[in-house]
Each structure stands twice: as structure tokens, then as C-alpha cells.
Design a protein around this ligand. Structure first.
Ligand code: SAH
Length: 401
């Protein structure tokens, strides 16, 4: 591959330049007046305003609604292999504090948050897992892999580019070993120097685990002394392991995925925690919450960490109803003096909207809930200042009075 000099030009409509001037990286197809120079999948382009003034350099995605993702807003900094290399090195430097806390599972590159839109790289022990979801990052895949190898020569590199978003880019799904050895079915990754989280790199969700919830798992540990805990949407049981470590008297992990629950069980043994205090329930959370409300069951701590309900603006209303429903039921299950930790990972549901949904849920549940803490994705899931969508995971710690 030769480094292109961004000769192809994308000209924007006069009324669609504002977000780029604020360094938001996404250029939607509707904003474009013309494309000249015939750029191919993922190639660099120069973005100009309607008067041909320079705005940014970006990477071209001919089939996507997000037609160009901008990487540089400085006319002197063209997109090149060197730039991609340096951005990965820089991103890795930003993670020093998370490694220093005793984490062997760390997000090394967080897409727009590290000015590399469409690239995720997570390190789990001696494996690095990459996930590419834009044509631009696909175009620079070789330099991405060689830079990660240069930074971590001892690590194998595995690809999990099997996300739905690749279809929107016209890219085929791909997964497999890129470099080194094939990962074991489940590996155990140290979190905060205290708990080992089960990770299935080959067949788990995303790149294998939800590293973004690390801070909130510590919180669960601190709230769990002698507590009865209900962990909804448990996946491989990260919150449950931290609850046990924190001294929970009993913990129920609820998830529809048998595969995830089986991994969760092995996690309890691996951490030498007491299996007698855990239940693993393969059930639909909505139905289980209703059942427990009808029975009058109460818990000291309820965790609600559902999958992304709002996939697009079109289903936002329905998603809000879903969040309200589980939060109403969840609040009804918390003892007085107990806590609900509730989350949304939908980028479209901002923190203010999420708080309103939970407030409505508390009204419906006739519960006096007080916000005693706000929760968020951990710092290796870097947020881009001009791109608020990258602050996707938010949560509330609600004390029930
Ligand atoms: N809390 C987890 C991550 C949760 S991801 C962690 O910290 O690692 C969301 C999980 O919800 C997935 O494991 C998925 O299998 C599960 N899920 C999705 N819909 C569900 C439903 N209706 N009932 C139960 N589990 C569901």
C-alpha cells in the first residue's frame, strides 16, 4: 500500500459543515455536495467546504451512511501509515494508569476516542483482539497489526471483526488468528489485581468481555458485604464475582445465554469463591423480574446491565419503554436501605434522558429512590470531546429509602 496524498476531494453542502468545524468526525452522505477523484474503499480524502476551503482529511466509506470519518483537522497532517502508527502508540500510552491498577484486560484503542474511528483493540493477558468496523481502518489493517506487534511482541493477535456494523460498510465479517496462537476457549483475566474475569475471545460478545464495566464492578464489590444480590443480564458473571469477593451472602446471575452462564460458573471456581452462594439462572430477565415482584422477593442489591436497547433513533421510544419497565421492576425488588445499580449502554440515551427514565420508573414503582452516585465506562474507553456519542455507558447508583 502506498500512502495516498488525499487527492480525492469531498465537498460539503454549505449548511452541513458545522459539526466538522467542531471536529466531530462523522460526515453523513446527506452532507456531501460532490466527490471527485474516485476514492476507493477506505482511501484518504480531503474534505472541503462549499468554497473549497480545507476542513479535514478523512477516510472514505462508499456504502455507509457515515460516508467519511475525519482523522485530521490540520492541513499539514495528512493521513498516512505513520499517522495511524503514532495514534496507536499514543493510545497505548494513555492506558498506563489502567494497567497500573492491576488490570490484565485493557482497551488499548477505543475508536473515535483515540481518533481512530472504527478500530477497537483490547488486550487480554497475552492476546490482543482487534475489531475493525470501518473501511478506513480495514484499509490500514497491516499497519495496525504491525504497530500492535511492535508494542507487544509477546502477544498473539486475534481478529473479531464480526460485528453487524461491518455490513453497513459493505465489509464482510471476519474472525480468526492474525498472528501467533489460537486462544483457549476461556481465559481468566485479572481485574484490579483482585478478581479473574472469564473471557471467551473466540465466541464471546464483542471482543470477549465487557471491560467497560470495570469501575462499576468495583462498586458492586463495595456494596456487597452480607448482601443478597440479583445480577440481571449477567453475561459471564463479572458483577457476581465481585459481589462474592465483597462478601455477598447470596447472588443470582440471570442471563438468557447458557454459554455465558457456563463461563460464569467456571469463574467462581477459578477465583476460589463459594459456589454454594451462587445461582445461575437461564431466564429472560423481564419475566424473572415480574415473577420475583409477584412473589414479594427483596434483595439488598439489584444490578441491571442490559444490552443496548436503542440501536437507532427509530427505536428510541421503544427502547425507553424497555428501560423504564426493567427499572420499575428492579426498584420494586430492592429492600429499604438497599441499592439499585442501573445502566444503559445506548449512545442515543444521554445521561439526562436516562435519569428521567429511572425517575419515571421510581414514580411508577412508588419507590423513594435517591441518586447517590453516577457510574460510567472506565477510562480506557476514552471519550472524544467533540463526539459525545462515545460516552455511551452511563449508570446510576440509587439508594432506596
Ligand atoms: N453485565 C455484563 C454484561 C452484560 S451484556 C458484564 O459486566 O460483563 C448483556 C447480556 O444480556 C448478554 O449476556 C445477553 O445474553 C443478555 N440478555 C439479553 N437479553 C436478555 C434477556 N431478555 N434476558 C436475559 N438476558 C438477556
Amino acid at each position: 500500500m502506498t500512502d495516498s496524498s488525499s487527492k480525492a476531494v469531498v465537498k460539503l453542502n454549505a449548511d452541513r459543515q458545522k459539526s466538522l468545524l467542531r471536529h466531530h468526525p462523522w460526515v453523513f452522505s446527506k452532507a456531501i455536495q460532490s466527490v471527485t477523484g474516485d476514492p476507493k474503499n477506505g482511501e484518504p480524502v480531503t474534505i472541503v467546504d462549499d468554497k473549497e476551503n480545507f476542513l479535514a482529511y478523512g477516510l472514505y466509506s462508499p456504502r455507509s451512511q457515515i460516508r467519511v470519518r475525519a482523522l485530521s483537522f490540520d492541513e499539514n497532517t495528512k493521513i498516512s501509515e505513520e499517522l495511524i502508527h503514532d495514534r496507536i502508540v499514543q493510545a497505548n500510552q494513555l492506558r498506563a494508569r489502567v494497567f497500573a491498577r492491576g488490570n490484565d484486560g485493557v482497551r488499548l484503542v477505543s475508536s473515535e476516542g483515540d481518533l481512530l474511528p472504527g478500530l477497537i483493540a483490547d488486550k487480554y493477558n497475552e492476546y490482543i483482539v482487534i475489531s475493525i468496523s470501518s473501511c478506513g481502518m480495514e484499509y490500514y489493517k497491516d499497519v495496525i497489526v504491525s504497530t500492535l506487534h511492535e508494542l507487544y511482541p509477546e502477544c498473539s493477535i486475534y481478529e473479531r471483526s464480526d460485528t453487524k456494523s461491518r455490513t453497513k460498510e459493505g465489509l464482510e465479517e471476519h474472525k480468526g488468528v492474525i498472528l501467533g496462537k489460537e486462544p483457549e476457549d476461556t481465559i481468566y483475566v485479572k481485574e484490579e489485581g483482585q478478581v479473574y474475569i472469564p473471557v471467551d475471545i473466540k465466541n464471546g460478545h464483542k471482543t470477549g468481555a465487557y471491560l467497560d464495566q470495570r469501575l462499576s464492578r468495583i462498586k458492586v464489590g463495595s456494596l456487597s458485604k452480607n448482601a443478597s444480590v440479583l445480577n440481571c443480564f449477567s453475561y459471564t458473571g463479572g458483577f457476581g464475582l465481585w459481589a462474592l469477593k465483597g462478601g455477598a451472602s447470596k447472588i443470582e446471575n440471570v442471563d438468557v445465554s447458557e454459554h455465558a452462564l457456563n463461563a460464569a460458573k467456571t469463574g467462581v471456581a477459578f477465583n476460589h469463591l463459594d459456589p454454594g452462594r451462587c445461582k445461575f439462572l437461564k431466564k429472560d430477565v423481564f419475566a424473572y423480574l415480574r415473577e420475583q415482584v409477584e412473589k414479594g422477593t427483596k434483595y439488598d442489591l439489584v444490578v441491571l446491565d442490559p444490552p443496548k436497547f436503542a440501536e437507532s433513533a427509530a427505536n428510541l421510544k421503544k427502547a425507553c419503554r424497555g428501560y423504564q419497565d426493567i427499572n420499575r421492576l428492579g426498584l420494586m425488588l430492592v429492600k429499604k436501605g438497599g441499592h439499585l445499580l442501573t445502566f444503559s449502554c445506548s449512545g442515543l440515551v444521554d445521561p439526562a434522558l436516562f435519569q428521567k427514565i429511572v425517575a419515571d420508573a421510581a414514580l411508577d414503582a412508588k419507590v423513594d429512590g435517591r441518586v447517590v452516585g453516577t457510574l460510567r465506562q472506565d477510562e480506557d474507553h476514552v471519550v472524544s470531546l467533540p463526539c459525545p456519542e462515545t460516552f455511551y455507558l452511563k449508570g446510576l447508583d440509587i439508594a432506596v429509602m
